[in-house]
Every structure is written in structure tokens, then in C-alpha cells.
Write a protein that binds this ligand. Structure first.
Ligand SMILES: NC(=O)c1ccc[n+]([C@@H]2O[C@H](COP(=O)([O-])OP(=O)(O)OC[C@H]3O[C@@H](n4cnc5c(N)ncnc54)[C@H](OP(=O)(O)O)[C@@H]3O)[C@@H](O)[C@H]2O)c1
Length: 275
């Protein structure tokens, strides 16, 4: 039954008091909305590979590890901090190169090595170009839920035959590189600069929706909750193999869509070859 964890989450949320997400929304409404969404997602996901009971994410899910401090990494960091999370962020050049960004992000942000960002994160975002995924610290990410924002740009990432032939999705490749993590596609079809500004309170008319995909139901529930805290509805596309539905050159790519619009688009989108 989902009722028990939802009540627990409501009580935990009311009692914690400290994670006020930018006072942009009411936590009770947030948890109730999340519970309703989880019920919808559960029925939608019953036929996916690893369907498990959805667990609401507690407000104590406090630190987001971010690997990559460029467009996506820095903007998710801004949005996460505005929503009340702490952030540990890394790049390829080392923590000392992140002083300016950390000053901009404020006291809830800290720079780390990539291993430190992976280990510190209760939830971790991979925001490096696809061609760099092989450099990720798989051991430090073992057991973690990892959000993958990747898209395939052959000019940048080099040609990858499985993607050219539509035999795999970018997130399946990330999952393969991180075999002991639970990878969830997220943030790949929103322009990075819109992430801190486009989020709105749960229930807002025309709230923006983002597609997610993953093979693990509980991992997806965690990401749904994180997106909700940042101000976004999430629409579950199914397993990682279906994450092509919001990849580059699809109708929802870079487009502001609501949940209803995204739910209408996803079943009918045609797979494109990413050249
Ligand atoms: N830009 C967008 O609006 C957008 C939107 C949706 C999805 N995406 C996708 O998200 C991914 C990231 O894009 P982006 O635009 O954020 O890229 P970006 O601005 O080029 O930033 C990439 C970041 O990854 C870091 N990095 C590279 N190799 C690393 C490693 N081995 N360990 C740690 N950090 C490493 C870089 O470090 P340095 O700073 O030290 O070089 C840089 O901070 C791409 O697949 C992109 O297609 C982008």
C-alpha cells in the first residue's frame, strides 16, 4: 500500500521544517501531489521491467552530486540549491577551478573531485558530454541513482555505431558504463539555461513537464520527486530503451511542454536517426 509511506512522508516533511524549497510551494500540497503522481506512475509502470512499489522521497534527500559543471551541471545546481538541496559539484579540471561558480552558487554548494561528488550525492547528476562517460567513477557511483542528461552529438562525441543504428539509447550506454548504478534519463530535453527559471509550484496551470526513463521503478520515483521539488512534472517514458522519445530532433526536444502535451506526444513520436 502506498498510503503508509505517504503518511510517513507527510509527517517527516511537517516535522523537518528545514528544507523549505525556496518557499515556492506548500510541502503538504507537494507530498499529496507526489502521492497522486506516484499512483498514476505505478499503474502506468506495472508492465515495465523492474516494477516495484513506488516510495515517496523523503525531504532528507539532501545532497545532489553533480559531475560536470558546464551548462547542465551549473544550472541544475542553481535550481537544486533554490529548492533547498545541498550540492557537491565537480568538473574535469579539479575543485580549485570551480571557485567562481561556488561563489555564485552560495554556501549550499561545494566543489569536489568527481569521486567526491559521486560519493556525496544521495542522488547524482551526470552532466558530462557523452564521449566522456567512460571516464566516470563507476565504483564511487555504485548503488547510486544517477540522472543522465546526455544527448548524442556525433560531431562532439564521435560516431557511436549503436546510436547511429538506433540499436541503443544514450542512457543505455551510460547504464552500461555504470553497471552498479540505477540510471534514470532526466533533463536531456530542456535547454540548460531554462532549468532554474521554468520551474513552478505543483498544480500550477501549464506547469512544465520533463520526460524521464529508467529500468528501476524506485530510482525513477526518486527522480520524479527531485524534479517536482525543482518545479517540474515528470512523465515516465518507460525503461531506458524508450528514452529515445525525447532525444535530439524529437518533438519535445527543447520545447516547453506540459504533462498533458508530453503524454500526447510520447506514444506517437517517431524514432529519428541522429546524424
Ligand atoms: N547545454 C544544454 O542546454 C543541454 C541540455 C540538455 C542536455 N544536454 C546534454 O548534457 C550533457 C552535458 O552538456 P553541457 O552542455 O552541460 O556540457 P558542457 O557545458 O560542455 O559541460 C561539460 C562538463 O563536463 C565536465 N567534464 C568532462 N569530462 C569530465 C570528467 N571526466 N569528469 C568530470 N567532469 C567532466 C567538463 O569539465 P570542464 O569544465 O573541466 O571542461 C564540463 O564542466 C551533453 O550530453 C549535452 O548534450 C545539454
Amino acid at each position: 500500500m502506498i498510503v503508509v509511506p505517504v503518511i510517513a512522508a507527510v509527517l517527516a516533511t511537517i516535522s523537518s521544517g528545514e528544507k523549505e524549497p525556496g518557499v515556492r510551494f506548500n510541502w503538504l500540497a507537494h507530498v499529496c501531489s507526489l502521492a497522486a503522481q506516484l499512483l498514476r506512475d505505478k499503474s502506468r509502470d506495472d508492465d515495465t521491467r523492474n516494477a516495484q512499489p513506488a516510495q515517496p522521497v523523503p525531504a532528507s534527500m539532501a545532497t545532489i552530486g553533480i559531475i560536470g559543471s558546464g551548462n547542465i551541471g551549473s544550472n541544475v545546481a542553481k535550481a537544486a540549491i533554490a529548492a533547498g538541496y545541498d550540492v557537491v559539484i565537480s568538473n574535469s579540471r579539479g575543485p580549485e577551478s570551480l571557485t567562481h561558480l561556488i561563489n555564485e552558487l552560495g554556501e549550499n554548494a561545494r566543489a569536489g573531485t568527481t569521486e567526491e561528488a559521486a560519493e556525496a550525492g544521495d542522488l547524482v547528476l551526470v552532466a558530462v558530454p557523452l564521449g566522456k562517460v567512460g571516464e566516470l567513477p563507476a565504483d564511487a557511483l555504485a548503488g547510486k541513482v544517477v540522472m543522465d542528461a546526455n544527448n548524442y552529438y556525433p560531431q562532439r562525441d564521435g560516431r557511436i555505431a549503436e546510436l547511429d543504428n538506433n540499436e541503443a539509447t544514450t542512457s543505455e550506454l551510460v547504464q552500461r558504463a555504470l553497471p552498479d548504478s540505477q540510471v534514470v534519463k532526466a533533463f536531456n530535453h530542456i535547454n540548460a539555461k531554462d532549468i532554474p527559471s521554468d520551474g513552478t509550484a505543483a498544480g500550477t496551470l501549464d506547469r512544465r513537464a520533463l520526460g524521464i526513463a529508467g529500468d528501476d521503478h524506485a530510482a525513477k520515483a526518486l527522480v520524479v520527486s527531485f524534479l517536482d521539488a525543482l518545479g517540474y512534472d515528470a512523465v515516465d517514458m518507460g525503461p531506458l530503451a524508450e528514452s529515445w522519445r525525447t532525444e535530439r530532433d524529437t518533438p519535445a526536444y527543447g520545447k516547453r511542454v506540459t504533462r498533458a502535451e508530453l503524454e500526447e506526444i510520447l506514444p506517437i513520436v517517431e524514432r529519428v536517426q541522429q546524424v
